[in-house]
Design a binder for this molecule. Structure first.
Ligand code: AMP
Ligand code: MG
Length: 519
């Protein structure tokens, strides 16, 4: 198939009210959920990386992606038949405070592509130039953050974590000026555009904005549209349909949080404008991956003060965000009771998913009440002794219950290891005893654990190494890393280096442990 055979059906444009004004002039947009705006062409588009799986999902292949036209289209320099670019209007609570209108400030949707099986894939460029929602910013994105979004979107998909996807990463051939740590040292950096893909990019903030303005008719139209297009399995009508829908949003978000905690992902900016109505991981900014287990860690220096978005708080923050969404949706309900019931269902669904993950990560047939204490104590131990989360759990696959010993490669600090040696041994003996009391045969246990404990995750320093190489002119590190991350649960002989714990040089290096919202 060729690019020109992609088929578009732009329902959001067709079914929801839009802004009569077009073009990128910055403005407040009321009474409308989207504005038509064209991507701003770039000087010299060059495709740096593509996702093979995403190409295939769209019915394309490597040959299509190798054409100059592909780079032109996915940098925003050319449109395919049926594309009709627009930016959407949303608000959000940022760091706990209502921020008013935000919107797609540097995201421009090209169109909703329909695949052969009827699946919907919205193609959205990030970094394609200003929109009415760009406020004082430039609508562009730097190469480093684009590489991070591209890699992590696809890595998450392969890990089995719900996520928006990435089709392509295209260098623009233009510089973008950024003050990386907001400390008065702006610098020109190479720019890029990622084409990200999802059935829907609607966020909690899309519902909050009309609600905040008393635009209840618009809110209702948006809710009806979302249910019709993105939750077509929901039947019923009126308030009970809205209740079923919000319930599903809550349970999907709960499962997403449990998945982030399972793999050690820290989003970094869980503002309500960065939470997907489909329960997908969305907006990869200053995210990070847990190396040494630490529930208090956040990679985001912009959030260093309160560390609101630290690893361990993510489920509670998601619940807070769902409460903001519930408030926004309240005008659709006669009473708040069904909304509260779904917020409660979030807690129930999260606890169930967390228990399931505990059983899978530890290789148990099921999670008993006493296993909650077992995993809590392990977490405390991992934090105190600076133990690498991924290496520890992966190492437990090979534990011999008859002679339990600690995964040796998981420790960052020999002194801390020695200090905690007794507690570590005691925990291992307790775990071994629990295994001996579990009905799962050894083979089945190992397999269960293998599929719950990834060997390869996009550790911060690995992404940064790919970025350093790409900024020096060699993008092949991106493709090499993606290749490894395509099979995160498999042992990949010869690629053990990609599973290694964070090297010392990366401990406090910008990009590896410290990131900001500047991207
Ligand atoms: P984020 O923190 O990335 O979720 O972004 C919050 C808001 O700022 C969203 O409305 C973004 O579209 C907008 N934004 C972030 N960076 C830029 C940029 N470089 N140009 C225009 N808008 C931006
Ligand atoms: Mg955002």
């Amino acid at each position: 198939m060729s690019l020109d055979a992609l088929h578009f059906n732009n329902r959001l444009l067709a079914e929801l009210p839009g802004d009569p004004d077009t073009g990128p002039r910055r403005r407040e947009v009321r009474g409308a959920l989207w504005s038509r705006v064209m991507p701003t062409p770039v000087a010299a588009p060059r495709t740096l990386a593509v996702s093979r799986e995403m190409l295939a999902a769209l019915g394309l292949d490597d040959a299509d992606a190798a054409t100059p036209r592909f780079a032109e289209v996915f940098a925003g320099n050319a449109l395919l038949p049926g594309m009709d670019p627009f930016a959407t209007n949303y608000g959000g609570h940022q760091f706990g405070h209502w921020a008013g209108q935000l919107g797609d400030g540097r995201a421009i949707t090209l169109g909703e592509s329909i695949d052969d099986a009827g699946g919907r894939w919205e193609l959205q460029l990030k970094g394609a130039g200003p929109t009415p929602y760009s406020r004082s910013a430039d609508g562009r994105a730097v190469l480093r953050s684009s590489i991070r979004e591209f890699l992590c979107s696809e890595a998450m998909h392969h890990l089995g974590v719900p996520t928006t996807r990435a089709l392509s990463l295209v260098a623009t051939g233009e510089d973008v000026v950024r003050d990386m740590f907001y400390d008065g040292r702006p610098k020109a950096e190479p720019g890029a555009v990622v084409c990200r893909v999802a059935p829907s990019f609607l966020r909690f903030g899309h519902f909050e904005l009309p609600a905040s303005r008393g635009e209840h008719d618009l809110l209702r139209r948006l809710a009806d549209f979302t249910i019709r297009r993105d939750f077509p399995h929901l039947r019923g009508e009126g308030e009970s349909l809205y209740a079923d829908w919000f319930h599903e949003v809550c349970t999907r978000t709960a499962r997403l949080m449990a998945e982030w905690m399972r793999v050690g992902f820290v989003h970094g900016v869980m503002n309500t404008d960065n939470l997907s109505i489909l329960g997908l991981t969305i907006d990869y900014g200053p995210y990070g991956w847990i190396d040494a287990y630490d529930p208090d860690w956040t990679p985001n220096t912009t959030d260093a003060g309160g560390r609101r978005y630290r690893f361990g708080w993510q489920p509670a923050i998601a619940r807070w965000n769902l409460m903001r969404l519930a408030q926004a949706l309240a005008p659709l309900f006669g009473s708040t009771e069904p909304l509260q019931a779904s917020i409660d269902a979030f807690g129930t669904a999260y606890t169930a998913a967390e228990r399931d993950n505990t059983a899978r990560k530890l290789g148990l047939a099921e999670c008993r009440d006493e296993d909650i204490a077992l995993i809590r104590d392990l977490h405390a131990l991992m934090q105190a002794a600076e133990i690498d989360m991924s290496l520890w759990f992966r190492g437990l696959l090979d534990l011999d219950p008859g002679a339990p010993s600690a995964p040796a490669d998981a420790f960052y600090d020999p002194t801390l290891r020695a200090t905690h040696a007794e507690t570590i041994d005691a925990w291992l003996r307790r775990y071994a005893e629990r295994l001996r009391d579990d009905p799962l045969p050894a083979d089945a246990r190992r397999e269960r654990m293998r599929l719950a404990n990834p060997k390869y995750v996009p550790r911060n320093y690995l992404a940064q190494q790919a970025i350093d190489r790409a900024e020096a002119g060699d993008p092949s590190g991106i493709v090499e890393l993606l290749e490894v991350l395509r099979r995160p649960y498999e042992d990949q002989p010869g690629r053990e280096g990609y599973a290694a714990r964070r090297p010392d040089w990366a401990r406090d290096k910008p990009g590896c442990s410290m990131l900001s919202c500047s991207s």
